[in-house]
Design a protein around this ligand. Structure first.
Ligand SMILES: Cc1cc2nc3c(=O)[nH]c(=O)nc-3n(C[C@H](O)[C@H](O)[C@H](O)COP(=O)(O)OP(=O)(O)OC[C@H]3O[C@@H](n4cnc5c(N)ncnc54)[C@H](O)[C@@H]3O)c2cc1C
Length: 329
């Protein structure tokens, strides 16, 4: 029986979706290793401790909360020290966190502090005797590597969207703890946070992404992509590098090898050719729909559903159909 620790990521005081996905992954790992407990650690601004109840709902048996005004903007040194200290005290089998921007920073810090093996960007976790076995896409998603990690603890960061958060209710015991290093003494300080597009979910969290490419011809036509995203109601808008290089969309919208890596439930590619560098960022999406006027476009090789046609005609028709379908649900 072995317990698993989760770093439950927050933004301000709210839990990120990947935090619940990490709890689900940790729950499965704890169950597979003989029914251990899942402990979650939430570090954030005052008020972040309120996330404890939700973490219990998704399978955390114990929630450690650390609150400090400086932790609202991910004060990495103090958070790393605090998670590592908890990990040492708890003697965990694994520490699970999201492979998000925060997780990419925190995971290696934890591994170094704990002298532990780490696997990043993990999409599957299993246990085989004393070894934790994970799958991890490599070489821009062209291969899937199976990694075996020995020793204890191991640090695992899970790819956002790869594990579907599942409720597994527990009445989590909540324990307030102190930061292991003074958050106010940080050497790296977040000076400013500029919010992206308002009213839309983040690309890493959205269940649906509608992404546009050069096939839209002019920036103005991106309003078709926006309208389709609006029709879904819960969609983020993404773009290819061709589009961001043209300045039609901000660089933060770029999906691909040199942009964001996403795994939504549904990815709608609008006027996108499917260059290997773009596929590197989205081919792990659950369902891919592509709209392209060229029936031989490479995007159709990875698409589950393809529509051969002009985006200027197909997208408004699809938007109307989605809006109509949602009326009845
Ligand atoms: C080192 C490196 C890193 C890169 N990183 C990235 C990255 O992170 N992300 C990324 O996206 N790219 C990246 N690229 C660029 C990548 O190689 C492609 O150039 C880019 O993805 C192409 O974008 P696109 O599909 O929008 O444009 P295009 O390749 O020009 O494709 C446009 C598509 O639209 C279709 N089309 C045209 N008109 C219509 C119409 N009216 N109706 C329907 N379909 C239409 C065409 O048939 C075509 O398939 C990178 C390149 C390099 C060299």
């Amino acid at each position: 029986m072995a317990n698993v620790l989760v770093f439950a990521e927050t933004r301000g005081t709210a839990l990120r979706k990947v935090a619940l996905e990490a709890v689900t992954a940790a729950r499965a790992l704890a169950d597979a290793s003989g029914g251990g407990e899942v402990h979650a650690l939430v570090a954030g601004a005052p008020g972040a401790a309120a996330a404890a109840e939700q973490l219990g709902k998704y399978g955390a048996d114990v929630v450690y909360t650390v609150e400090h005004p400086a932790l609202g903007t991910f004060e990495r040194e103090s958070i790393a020290a605090t998670v590592a200290e908890r990990a040492k005290q708890g003697g965990y089998r694994a520490i699970v966190l999201g492979f998000s921007t925060q997780g990419r920073d925190l995971g290696p810090r934890l591994a170094a502090k704990l002298d532990a093996p780490i696997a990043s960007d993990v999409t599957e976790i299993s246990i085989s005797g004393d070894t934790v076995v994970v799958k991890h896409p490599g070489y821009a998603n062209k291969v899937v590597l199976t990694l075996a990690l020995s020793g204890s603890p191991v640090v695992l960061s899970v790819r956002p969207g790869a594990f579907t958060a599942k409720e597994a209710p527990r009445s989590a015991r909540v324990e307030r703890i102190e930061p292991a290093a003074d958050p106010a003494a940080a050497r790296v300080v977040v000076k400013e946070v500029v919010e992206g597009a308002k009213g839309r979910p983040d690309l890493g969290e959205a269940p649906v992404i509608v992404a546009g490419g050069r096939g839209l011809k002019v920036a103005e036509n991106f309003k078709l992509v926006e309208a389709l995203a609006d029709a879904f109601g819960n969609a983020a808008v993404g773009a290819t590098r061709a589009v961001t290089d043209e300045g039609w969309r901000p660089h933060s919208d770029q999906i691909g090898q040199t942009g964001r890596q996403v795994s939504p439930q549904l990815y709608v590619a609008v006027g996108i050719s499917g260059a290997i560098q773009h596929l590197a960022g989205m081919r792990t999406s659950r369902t891919i729909v592509a709209i392209n006027k060229d029936k031989d476009a490479p995007i159709f090789k990875v698409a589950d559903y393809g529509i051969v046609g002009d985006v200027l005609e197909v997208v408004p028709a699809l938007t109307a159909a989605v809006a109509e379908a949602r009326k009845h649900h």
